[in-house]
Design a protein around this ligand. Structure first.
Ligand code: FPP
Length: 249
């Protein structure tokens, strides 16, 4: 079955967010170190980014490293950061060739200086690209982001930038790290777990959720395209009735 050909290009999701889970278990089942799983996970990052470019997706957000991941063994953290820096170095020219713009969301001050500098370099270099926006959620968690937004809103409120009647959905969205990024239409999690894990809690209010047992290193372009086809067959009602939605369509 070729799912890519079944995708209706005039009804694409704008933004797909992915929890890339299962690297560690994938490696363990094969008798390897967890880092072997992460380095194979990078191959999937490449495949899925390419898949997104091929269909003309606007935004792809990858949950690369959560706030909670800082509690992992130091060796694993150092390994993931090294893989990240190497990939950014290697892929920056490919981003350009494919008109990809890199964005990063998260508490970047917790990253080592060299990692932050490498990311910043790639963000600046690709900032004029107009194709896919590849958003890495790094040192990110929704609760961290919401606490930060609260503090920033209270600061601006106290300084008279606006009064409390001005606080609505739009304003809160503007204080999140995802300002200027549309909410995800689809949220995918690989690796068999069925939870959100502190990822885009505000933004995913109306996302369509997709879970698969496939571990991230085994996740293919066709797996990805199959989910997009399923998304296109779902009815998104946003709290309305089925009749209201079909009248609109
Ligand atoms: C989850 O699998 C994966 C991570 C916490 C890290 C993923 C990071 C990469 C693939 C590197 C990203 C690099 C770029 C360029 C985006 P897990 O370790 O939680 O797996 P497990 O649940 O099987 O233990």
């Amino acid at each position: 079955m070729n799912f890519k050909e079944k995708i209706n290009k005039s009804f694409l999701p704008r933004h797909i967010a992915i929890v890339m889970d299962g690297n560690g278990r994938w490696a363990k089942y094969k008798g390897f170190d967890r880092l072997f799983g992460h380095s194979n996970g990078i191959k999937t990052v490449r495949q899925i980014t390419e898949a997104a470019v091929e269909i003309g997706l606007e935004y792809l957000t990858l949950y690369t490293f959560s706030t909670e991941n800082w509690n992992r063994p130091e060796k694993e953290i150092a390994g993931i950061m090294r893989l990240l820096v190497e990939s950014i170095e290697k892929e920056t020219p490919t981003f350009h060739q494919n008109n990809v713009r890199l964005l990063v969301i998260g508490d970047l001050y917790r990253l080592q200086d060299d990692v932050r500098a490498k990311l910043q370099g790639c963000i600046t270099e690709t900032s004029k690209n107009t194709g896919l926006s590849l958003v890495l959620a790094l040192s990110y968690s929704s609760k961290w982001e919401i606490i930060k937004a609260f503090k920033d809103i209270i600061f601006d409120l106290k300084n008279g930038k606006f009064d409390e009647d001005f606080i609505d959905e739009r304003l809160i969205s503007e204080y999140l790290t995802t300002r200027n990024i549309p909410d995800p239409d689809m949220l995918i999690r690989t690796g068999g777990e069925v939870r959100i894990s502190n990822f885009l809690l505000w933004q995913a209010a109306y996302s369509e959720l997709f879970f698969t047992d496939v571990f991230w290193p085994d996740f293919t372009k066709e797996n990805f395209y199959e989910m997009i086809v399923e998304y296109q067959n779902r009815e998104r009602r946003f709290g309305k009735t089925s009749e209201q939605v079909s009248i609109k369509n």
